[in-house]
Design a protein. Structure first.
Length: 286
């Protein structure tokens, strides 16, 4: 499948006029022409444009970035970068089968936690500013499927601490939540996954049913500070006396609101476990 210049501009953030200027001055990129004489671009050319755009943001001039991309073809990149490039190329032409095959090849060649932390989660973080809505939905669905399958396949261990995982109401991005659940489950925690868009009353019901040690909320959606504080305060009240730990970019930018709502903040599974251990130690001393 070949893509028109308008689509390439939207996907890479490089204006059509700039792409034409690069073509005239540097002979890059090298589009083909369709029957109507419009410029059309292959997957490889699209990825080369993306790589040039990335190098420019890292401080290289246009000529230096183009020269580097020409000197180092995709096949000479480190394996992880090759996988990323193949994934983005497939997603850009909406080839879900190819994109999923790339994820499968990566999973077969990597240990679980590096696969999640160095490939799947970085892909999730990048797609918001790299892709349009249709391509973002395709890519995120494929990654969530992989994370969900890994979480289900991980053997549960009886007797460990229990965590309830959820995204607060109106927050639908659960990729990071699935990764957190997988990390905790591999550390012996028992995981109850409620998933996206979970209202406070649902959290209350889950806490009454399973009596968790921790409730972990993933806040990806950006909110005004007061809205976030109210959402988290409702969750803390619903889950009381269970500790509520919050993570994600939507919480990171308003840490004061997180703490004023009565919640804790953690960047990783390790930090969540450390917070729980501290709280348990304080409770035992009391």
């Amino acid at each position: 499948m070949m893509l028109r210049i308008r689509t390439i501009a939207r996907l890479t953030g490089i204006r059509e006029a700039t792409l034409r200027a690069w073509e005239r001055r540097y002979g890059f990129p090298r589009p083909s022409r369709n029957e109507s004489n419009y410029r059309v671009y292959s997957r490889e050319e699209v990825e080369n444009v993306r790589r040039v755009a990335k190098l420019i943001t890292e401080g290289l001039s246009v000529s230096e970035a183009i020269a580097q991309v020409r000197t180092v073809p995709v096949g000479a990149l480190p394996v992880l970068e090759q996988l990323e490039d193949r994934f983005w190329s497939a997603v850009m032409v909406l080839d879900g089968d190819e994109a999923d095959q790339v994820l499968g090849e990566a999973q077969d060649s990597m240990e679980v936690e590096p696969y999640v932390d160095t490939l799947l989660l970085p892909l999730l973080r990048e797609m918001g500013h790299r892709l349009d809505i249709a391509r973002e939905h395709l890519a995120s669905a494929l990654i969530r499927q992989r994370l969900g399958a890994l979480l289900l396949a991980e053997e549960a261990r009886p007797g460990g601490p229990r965590v309830v995982l959820a995204c607060p109401e109106r927050d639908i991005h659960e990729g990071g939540l699935l990764a957190l659940g997988l990390h905790l489950k591999r550390r012996g925690w028992r995981v109850t996954l409620l998933g996206a868009d979970t209202p406070a009353e649902a959290l209350r019901g889950a806490c009454m049913q399973v009596n968790p040690d921790v409730v972990a909320l993933s806040c990806v959606r950006r909110r005004e500070v007061e809205e976030l504080r109210q959402v988290l305060q409702a969750a803390v009240e619903a889950c009381a006396p269970t500790m509520v730990v919050v993570g994600g970019p939507g919480a990171r930018e308003h840490l004061k609101a997180v703490f004023s709502a009565g919640a804790q903040y953690a960047e990783s599974a390790e930090e969540l476990v450390a917070l729980w251990q501290q709280a348990r130690g304080a409770s035992n001393r009391t």
